[in-house]
Ligand binder design. Structure first.
Ligand code: B1M
Length: 211
């Protein structure tokens, strides 16, 4: 890996957004292919943060600043990627279910998935099942991601699964679920496609589902 790409990865990991943006610009002007800058610079750095987060070596604040640096770098890179016809690996919609306003975990999941090159459509919080379905159709997403933090709202995930399974996109869209009260047993019980206990595992699972 070139020294410059290594620098991008390292600065991303410590959340130096401005420097990451500058380095991405420099890499482009040096003629490094945009896909290589994305894979070996930005995504490589985010991958390391994801693994460290999973191993409890870094925590929420570090992930948030790394993700912000990733976004700054991606902003600079996007026009070059688009010009080369390079698109995201896949698309997912994400939201916190109806009645639930917790979004810190959902945002982390979104950022980790973006860190794996997946385009994320964020529906925010308090999202009714119909909105998940509508957005999946509108954006042609292959994954619907539901987060729930309350025992009183986790039942809404079941409503999302049922709605999607009875819709015309059944079988084409996978439902991924997570949040503090959610378990693998619950996932199996309601027939969701994938459960992940944390944001880094969710990003890995999403990548596997897409490929
Ligand atoms: Co709330 N709250 N809260 N709260 N709140 C909890 C969840 C609670 C456990 C606190 C407690 O009593 N000990 C409790 C729930 C009890 C229960 O149902 N079992 C609770 C309650 C009761 C409430 C209110 C009802 C309180 C009240 O008003 N009486 C109320 C409900 C409001 C509503 O949603 N309608 C409420 C409100 C709030 C605040 C608004 C004040 C605030 C939310 C701010 C925000 O999100 N913007 C808040 C907070 C901050 C918490 C705690 C303290 C922290 C939650 C959090 O962000 N954790 C929480 C107690 C706790 O967990 N210690 C609590 C950090 C975050 C990174 O973790 O969200 O679990 P988490 O996400 C993880 C994984 O779960 C996973 O990945 C993430 C990162 O690795 N994950 C997924 C999450 N989504 C995923 C999706 C996936 C895969 C993995 O696939 C799609």
């Amino acid at each position: 890996m070139s020294e410059l790409l290594k620098e991008i990865s390292e600065n991303l990991q410590i959340g130096k957004a401005k420097i990451v943006a500058e380095l991405v610009g420099r890499a482009l002007s040096e003629g490094i292919p945009p896909q290589k800058i994305l894979d070996d610079g930005l995504l490589a750095g985010m991958g390391i943060i994801g693994a460290k987060f999973k191993a409890n070596e870094v925590f929420v604040p570090e992930v948030l600043v790394a993700a912000r640096a990733m976004n700054k770098g991606t902003e600079i890179l996007k026009p070059a990627l688009a010009a080369e016809g390079i698109s995201a690996k896949g698309k997912a919609v994400i939201g916190t279910v109806k009645g639930d306003l917790h979004d810190i975990g959902k945002n982390l999941v979104k950022m980790m998935m973006e860190g794996r090159g997946i385009e994320m459509v964020d529906l925010g919080v308090d999202v009714p099942p119909e909105r998940f379905l509508e957005a999946a159709k509108e954006h042609g997403a292959s994954i619907v991601c539901c987060s729930a933090l309350l025992t009183t709202t986790m039942g809404e995930i079941k409503n999302v699964v049922e709605l999607i399974k009875s819709s015309d996109i059944a079988g084409k869209v996978k439902v991924m679920i997570g949040g503090a009260p959610i378990t693998r047993a619950y996932c199996d019980q309601i027939g969701a496609d994938s459960y992940s206990p944390d944001a880094a595992s969710a990003a890995e699972a999403a990548e596997a589902l897409i490929s």
